[in-house]
Write a protein that binds this ligand. Structure first.
Ligand SMILES: NC(=O)c1ccc[n+]([C@@H]2O[C@H](COP(=O)([O-])OP(=O)(O)OC[C@H]3O[C@@H](n4cnc5c(N)ncnc54)[C@H](OP(=O)(O)O)[C@@H]3O)[C@@H](O)[C@H]2O)c1
Length: 310
């Protein structure tokens, strides 16, 4: 039988953070984790949208244990204050971090810290967030970090000579780079966790093609119109797109370092199954260089040994 969210094991007494939980996949993940009994922190940049999402989940699930917290991944100070607030109010720790939020193909913009917006939001914000929170996951049974990548990672290349697309900006190339970077990060994090003897796992997932606000949010009008049509004709629902993420987050016995996607043709739609990262995503030298570059840019450090954090 195909895997659905009904197969999520009981999550009672587990605490999860879902970034970008007010919309699309993040909202579906937050709702299904809450349905399974997890305490879920909705980490949203827009608190008013977050409040609406929280109310919608509460309406469907009156017993849901939900919290809302402000997190703007495009501002390192916001990432740090979100993490500090979480750590000071959740002494028992964190079981699940879902690095889901993302932006796709906007005109060239920069984060508050001067990073190209897609790299800054999709990779660097999540890199810093994970570094701040990883110590809170040490010692928690079956603790997992799940980072959301994309089929687009297969088109990606990490351009170390113009990482922030300052010399030349193509919004789709920059999106593909950021999603390859997400996958490189997830796999490198798992290797580092294993090397340090940690029990925490890092996994990655992608939704295939799901109709969400991603396609509506950023690109110019023509692309938006094309995507609106293809959303109707080709895309699966946000709920289906969320399944690989939920599977990576909760399926018992999954190894760290795996990548989960939909099982349909081209991995555009379907139910979760293990997927294969591209060769570029498995390049350990690029991953190590990207890691140190991310450390330099964000100032965040992962202290994986002995349970200490950035
Ligand atoms: N949908 C697909 O077909 C597809 C395919 C491949 C990969 N993905 C990946 O799936 C993930 C979720 O996307 P989605 O499809 O669910 O899109 P979505 O409906 O647009 O949701 C994206 C979420 O990210 C949030 N976000 C954007 N910038 C942020 C920031 N600076 N700080 C904090 N949160 C921020 C958005 O907040 P606002 O609502 O405030 O904008 C929203 O909650 C993304 O990583 C995307 O790359 C999606």
């Amino acid at each position: 039988m195909k895997w659905t969210s009904e197969k999520i094991p009981d999550q009672t007494s587990r605490t999860a953070i879902v970034t970008g939980a007010n919309s699309g996949l993040g909202l579906a993940c937050a709702r299904e984790l809450a349905r399974a009994g997890a305490r879920v922190v909705l980490a949203c940049r827009n608190v008013s949208k977050g409040t609406d999402a929280l109310s919608a989940i509460e309406q469907a699930l009156p017993d849901a244990q939900l919290e809302l917290a402000a997190l703007d991944l495009a501002e390192l100070a916001s990432v740090e204050s979100f993490a500090q607030e979480f750590l000071s109010s959740h002494g028992d720790g964190l079981d699940l971090l879902i690095n889901n939020a993302g932006v796709m193909a906007p005109p060239r913009r920069e984060t508050k810290d001067g990073f190209e917006l897609q790299l800054g939001t999709n990779l660097l914000g999540h890199f810093a967030l994970t570094a701040h929170l990883i110590a809170a996951m040490q010692g928690r049974p079956d603790a997992r970090v799940v980072t959301v990548s994309s089929n687009a990672h297969k088109m990606g290349r990490i351009s170390f000579d113009d990482l922030q697309s300052e010399r030349r900006y193509n919004r789709w190339v920059a999106y593909a780079q950021s999603k390859l970077a997400d996958l490189l990060f997830a796999l490198e994090l798992d290797r580092r966790l294993r090397a340090s003897g940690s029990q925490i796992k890092s996994l990655a997932a992608h939704p295939g093609y799901a109709a969400t606000n991603l396609q509506a949010a950023a690109p110019p009008l023509l692309d938006r119109m094309v995507m609106r049509v293809s959303n109707v004709l080709l895309a699966q629902s946000a709920e289906m797109g969320a399944l690989p993420v939920l599977y990576a987050a909760t399926e018992p016995g999954l190894e760290g370092g795996v990548y989960v996607g939909p099982d349909g043709a081209g991995e555009f739609r379907g139910h979760p199954r293990l997927s294969s990262p591209s060769r570029a995503a498995r390049d350990e030298r690029v991953a190590a260089r990207l890691w140190s570059t991310a450390e330099e840019l964000t100032g965040a450090r992962f202290e994986l040994e002995a349970g200490a954090a950035a």
